[in-house]
Ligand binder design. Sequence first.
Ligand code: HEC
Ligand code: HEC
Ligand code: HEC
Ligand code: HEC
Ligand code: HEC
Ligand code: HEC
Length: 446
Amino acid sequence: MIDPMIEESTNLPTLKRVNKFSVKSGKMSPEQLKHSLLAIKNYFFVALAIFCFSLTPSISQAQPDGEKLFKSKCATCHKANEKKLIGPGLKGATERLEMEWLIPWVQNSAAMIKSGDAYANQIYEEYNKVAMTAFPELKDEDVIAIFAYVDEVNAAPAAGAGGGVVAIQEPQEPANNSWIYILALLVFGTLLYILTRVKGGMEYAIREKEGIPHPEPMTIKDSINSWISNNTKVVILGVIALLVMGSVDGWNRLSGIGIYQGYAPEQPIKFSHKLHAGINKIDCQYCHSGAEKSKHANIPSANVCMNCHVAINEGPQYGEEEIGKIYTALDYDPETQEYGDNPVPIQWVRVHNLPDLAYFNHAQHVNVGKIECQECHGKIEEMEVVAQHSELTMGWCIDCHRTTNVKMEGNAYYDELHAYLVETHGEEAQITVDKIGGLECAKCHY
Ligand code: HEC
Ligand code: HEC
Ligand code: HEC
Ligand code: HEC
Ligand code: HEC
Ligand code: HEC
């Protein structure tokens, strides 16, 4: 018996295209088969196009990074745990306070104090009317992300706390969610494979029906080549998608990821620059003696601490506890004043850290350039805990080289060069660092 639909459609060729849904097993004409193949292929292109374009916004509108925001905006004044810094420790803030209160507070605490909010005024008094910075640039979801990060830190078990020595922790790279893209690619790969198989099966059926001989099976290389030439659209879309992903990723890297401004890790000993360099006015280079004459400023060894702490065994804030850790590190017994033979070096957590590809030299800047430590490190002498003040990006280095004059007067090293530069740039010209080659790639990159 002949299917009436097919009968009809063969009589009326113009209707064929509408008939794709009448395709039933074994009952379709070769034309219909080819048509369904085309339809499937088109669906596939649409799906692929949607996939490509959905990738772009999902990368560029990435979730606000609570950790980065906390470290860059809040960590100078708040700890994520319960300890006070300049403001209260933020641990448990989301339990004490509603998000409806926290968001406007962070965006503009002064306005809330002015509005007469009882709690805002209470805490403001409690902290001796120290004003918290306003953050109008933070969106609601940024503030939510910051507190989500704070809660996350407190949920994690405290690592190595309590003991005198804490392992060096490298700053964490922001969480990387490339697995989503790998998963998506896997799903599409599978889909592509299934579609290819279905298409192959249908072509086989067509040849069977029309009595066309089947071609020789192809080698993998040939079949890949033939797939590429038959699916140029897919290939082009794929390449575009990869380029877009690559450039978005590259842009993200260049414009923020890897910047640890505000990074202020907890140290194994609560060493305070405010107490030593600020209140007691100890010269930076008493401890960081390398800054004047070498590449590294260096962190002082525990022996340097002992110059004073043989005599000073009690501090104003922590009594004997924190100074005691110096003794533990040196295996020193303050009672007998004797050193044991089991010293354990203090594992200070590194704050500033340029990638290996960049060359930075302290002596060049401190000694030759006559730049104050504070220009790059901020007011260290006011910091209870050292926080990274500058971005430490290439743009930061270069901006300064473009705008800072080289101090040549009274510097014998420069006498000849100075004369030459004045000759080439004129007497009035500002001789900034870029004029002596401070923008040359090789000066900062090995
Ligand atoms: C310049 C220092 C400073 C910075 C930066 C800062 N704060 Fe504050 N913060 C304070 C001070 C001080 C207080 C105590 C209230 C007062 O004196 O205004 C406070 C209070 C708070 C409170 C109330 C806590 C409680 O337990 O009652 C929250 C929440 C808070 N800050 C969140 C933040 C967040 C989030 C950021 C980063 C976006 C931030 N702060 C940045 C200084 C700062
Ligand atoms: C009594 C010794 C002492 C004095 C004085 C001192 N520092 Fe430090 N400094 C340390 C120690 C110890 C550390 C490591 C622990 C820490 O980061 O707090 C350190 C860390 C630092 C760091 C961070 C290093 C890193 O890991 O990236 C900087 C920057 C710094 N000091 C700058 C200064 C400046 C600027 C001054 C002067 C205003 C100064 N220091 C005075 C002992 C000292
Ligand atoms: C021109 C900017 C600049 C100036 C000025 C400067 N530093 Fe640094 N400092 C840096 C950079 C950049 C790093 C990170 C270096 C690295 O990772 O290799 C750093 C790192 C440090 C460190 C960590 C240990 C090390 O040597 O890498 C200490 C300590 C330090 N500086 C102290 C000082 C002191 C003290 C002064 C003043 C005498 C000073 N710095 C002046 C830019 C500067
Ligand atoms: C040039 C002298 C000097 C040197 C060097 C020195 N300190 Fe101190 N330190 C002091 C003085 C002064 C005090 C404050 C004592 C006081 O006020 O009672 C102090 C206090 C302390 C405290 C107690 C803080 C408190 O509030 O309880 C600690 C911890 C400390 N120093 C750690 C160190 C470490 C670690 C080093 C070596 C990297 C070091 N100090 C090097 C002079 C020094
Ligand atoms: C606060 C301003 C400032 C910052 C920030 C700064 N520099 Fe410099 N830099 C100078 C000055 C001033 C000189 C000139 C010193 C001299 O007289 O030789 C200089 C010189 C140099 C030189 C030698 C250039 C030459 O032609 O001899 C190098 C290399 C250099 N800086 C690398 C860096 C790097 C890397 C960074 C960032 C991590 C950086 N600088 C950040 C001010 C700065
Ligand atoms: C004044 C010093 C300085 C000069 C001049 C300089 N760079 Fe850099 N460059 C840096 C520093 C510092 C970093 C590391 C910054 C960071 O980690 O954010 C860096 C990073 C880079 C990176 C890696 C970026 C990344 O995200 O990993 C590249 C690529 C680079 N520089 C290329 C160049 C080229 C090309 C030139 C010459 C046109 C040049 N740099 C000149 C200081 C400099």
